[in-house]
Design a protein around this ligand. Sequence first.
Ligand SMILES: Nc1ncnc2c1ncn2[C@@H]1O[C@H](COP(=O)(O)OP(=O)(O)OP(=O)(O)O)[C@@H](O)[C@H]1O
Ligand SMILES: [Mg+2]
Length: 333
Amino acid sequence: MFFDIYVKRNLDEFYNYREELNRLLKALKYHKIIVVKGLRRVGKTSLMSVAYHMIENPKVFLDARDFKDPFKLMDRAFMEIYSQIDPTKKIFEVVNVDIGPFTLKLNKSDVSLKEIDKKLSKKAVIFIDEIQELEGLDKLIAFAYDHTKNIVFVISGSEIGVLDKLFLPDKPLFGRLAEVITLNPLSFEKSLNFLRLGFAQEGKEYSETELREVVKNLDGLVGWLTYYGYLRRQYSHKKSLEILKRNAKLLIESELAKFLEKRRGEKIRYLLIIKALKEPKTWSEIKDYLEFKLKKKISNARIHNYIEKLLEFGFIVKDEEKYKLADPLLSLL
Ligand SMILES: Nc1ncnc2c1ncn2[C@@H]1O[C@H](COP(=O)(O)OP(=O)(O)OP(=O)(O)O)[C@@H](O)[C@H]1O
Ligand SMILES: [Mg+2]
């Protein structure tokens, strides 16, 4: 069912994005790193999860938030893969993976990354979600990239710019070839169709006026549309939108708070830019707005920095010459 709110696993509950899915499946054959990019709630984890459940390779799906340090995550990933190519090795039994300079020594029988790589007759696929949460993971991925042939990483995260930054010249992954798959929000028509089909799956049909109002409010982020459909099972149209907005506001506030935590001195400025972008604006309109509100001049370099950071963390997007909110619900703040 489209309106179940867990991460999707099966094709029949996964709407649209077939081209992106096929690209991902194909890239597994030819690439060693695949990056799944997109705004919050656009469906990145679901895309990875559907691909994960479709493939028959040795595979593992991990969320970086579940680990305290990158070594533990890698250790776990390779243990899982190893146990799949050699079923006599049960997970947690003996194996500890030696990943080059980052050796972990807890074990009875070491096995090196190269040995695992050699044993693989098919590509092994390591999916890692929310990669930005573990500092140092990129270094380990770079090491594995350089020393193996048959291991593929599919990585993703909610902060769009963080993924781009992984490949900058001063970073461990610099120079490694990666296939980037970007998920874009659904168009207005596709969003409407998602709602129509989702309700049809449940034997319901609602007025087009209502459905249009939903898409006008939520745009093409499949996560919000799914949540609306889920609430609509129980509540009226009006009430569903109301609950959704109330909860969305809390969630977005906490995401923004996390971003602002490290930028305390500039909190008001960031909030003003977000407020300004309730209506799309050009770069100089943003500058004018900020200077007007703060009643002082702000250097171009600073404005540039604020805008770059908001883009990087996926709070705003650039649409032709204008900047706008990445998620219309940010205007609730
Ligand atoms: N293609 C799809 N078809 C139907 N439902 C989907 C699809 N993609 C995502 N969903 C639903 O949307 C919600 C958000 O999906 P998901 O967690 O995969 O997005 P995400 O981009 O990883 O979000 P985040 O940025 O918060 O990590 C979930 O409830 C999921 O069930
Ligand atoms: Mg996700």
